[in-house]
Design a protein around this ligand. Structure first.
Ligand code: HAM
Length: 438
């Protein structure tokens, strides 16, 4: 009988885990730079938390079951409901705005394909207690800076931004009623895709006239900046009037421009996002070629905390997955080599040197260095090869002649140069060599 990992689940061998750690470290550095504090929650939650709060798409992908106490439970498919619940419970005691981040592993029963697995890790950054447009700009800037931190430039990715409040105003200006709006939103989301016909039928069934949405689908959807939106909008009196009002999205875009991040941003009214709880700004981050699925998605959800029975506080945030991001980094040659597993290999010239190898190796480890030595007697050449394979930069070679002088030999494995070093200064000597050489 042989066993393999389940479809859509990954094994992380050390080199894969090193890459994951590299991504997580960048996530943490940037989140901390923005003043976000790390939290975590339970990986298993009551099923209702998701059936009530996530969108239909996620609900259809739940890993849910009845536990031994007859509770309906689910592995977490996303972090936002847990986050909202945790913050709602504690919000009164927390200084606003609340800035929290987490790196949960999430589970969705999806059809496995490129960039889509059944488990993934997701950086979640959420900001609670600030309704204004600068909060939206803040989390979008954070997402952009994570990408920059990992070595990606604006030639390689874009954040596409829209706003459900703005869409709502545009729908109204186009004569679309409240009952028709959800279907009109679907038409926008699915435009150019196979599911479009279904959305259009639902819209017609709700009494909608397809011609009324066309201005949005064909004209406004082409705008990628606020000023081009105004130019396109000028062709329709009602739309022009609606756009002349104040819109938080406009201020969010201006704030990102002021930060110097304008090159990374595109207005894109076709960004709708499937999750049920978004109420304002919505955004997704893509590679420029759009050969991959979204790397990050988020938005404003001002009603979720109140609906979870807690305080009524506005919130905005995003989730950035490790799978698509990892693919992009690999494609662009930005996957770093796995770090060396040790700094120093300690080698014995004869079996009699072994107690001295153990003593020196232990002293070097106490001195904070990564050290390995052969666990059984071996030819010196083989011991040094082990050092090479581990990425060690130094070899400490201990033999009877040097020992008689109270010394050991320190070798640079890259260029094979060596110096005799007094045993009692060995630790300091190796430490300084390794720091000097970076
Ligand atoms: P989401 O769009 O469902 O949003 O997921 C965010 C990101 O997680 C996606 O853009 C994608 O990179 C990654 N992702 C999602 N599902 C998978 C999967 N099956 N395999 C690999 N990667 C995946 C949310 O989850 C929201 N809760 C984000 C949020 C936080 N909104 C506000 N705060």
């Amino acid at each position: 009988m042989t066993f393999r990992a389940l479809p859509g689940f990954r094994d992380f061998a050390p080199e894969d885990l090193a890459f994951r750690t590299h991504i997580f470290a960048a996530w943490r550095r940037v989140a901390v730079r923005y003043g976000f504090a790390e939290y975590d929650g339970p990986p298993l939650e009551p099923l209702d938390l998701y059936t009530a709060k996530s969108g239909d798409e996620i609900v259809g992908q739940l890993y849910n079951f009845t536990d031994k106490g007859d509770r309906e439970v689910s592995l977490r498919p996303e972090m936002t409901p847990t986050f909202a619940r945790m913050v709602a419970e504690r919000a009164n005691g927390l200084k606003k705005p609340i800035r929290w981040f987490a790196i949960p592993q999430l589970f969705r029963y999806e059809r496995q394909q490129r960039g889509r697995l059944r488990e993934h890790f997701q950086l979640n950054c959420d900001l609670v207690g600030e309704p204004g447009p600068l909060a939206d700009a803040e989390v979008i800037a954070l997402a952009i800076d994570v990408m920059r931190e990992l070595g990606l430039a604006h030639e390689q990715f874009r954040v596409r931004v829209s706003d459900r409040r703005l869409l709502d105003a545009l729908f109204t200006a186009l004569g679309i009623t409240a009952e028709q709006k959800p279907a009109a939103m679907q038409m926008l989301d699915k435009f150019g895709r196979s599911e479009y016909a279904k959305a259009e039928s639902a819209f017609i069934e709700a009494g909608g006239r397809v011609a009324s949405v066309e201005f949005l689908l064909k004209e406004l959807r082409q705008a990628t900046t606020w000023s081009t939106l105004l130019e396109h909008g000028a062709k329709h009196e009602g739309v022009a009037a609606a756009l002349a009002e104040e819109h938080p999205l406009r201020e969010t875009l201006a704030a990102l421009e002021a930060m110097g991040l304008g090159d990374y941003i595109e207005l894109d009214l076709s960004i709708v996002r499937g999750l049920a709880y978004y109420t304002g700004t919505v955004f997704e981050l893509f590679d420029v070629e759009r050969s991959l699925r979204a790397i990050c998605g988020g938005g404003r959800y001002d009603a979720l905390l109140a609906s979870l029975g807690g305080v009524d506080l506005p919130a905005v945030g995003f989730g950035m997955g490790d799978v698509v991001l990892g693919e992009l980094l690999k494609e662009r040659g930005l996957r770093p080599d796995a770090p060396p597993s040790v700094d120093v290999i300690v080698a014995a010239v004869t079996p009699d040197d072994m107690p001295f190898v153990l003593e020196a190796a232990h002293a070097l480890r106490d001195g904070g260095l990564g050290v390995e030595y052969a666990l059984a007697p071996q030819a010196l050449g083989k011991q040094l090869k082990l050092g090479d394979a581990r990425g060690a930069r130094l070899a400490v070679v201990i033999g009877p002649d040097d020992r008689a002088q109270g010394a050991v030999m320190v070798k640079h494995l890259a260029d094979k140069t060596q110096t005799a070093v007094p045993r009692d200064t060995l630790v300091a000597h190796c430490r300084s060599l390794l720091t000097l050489n970076g």
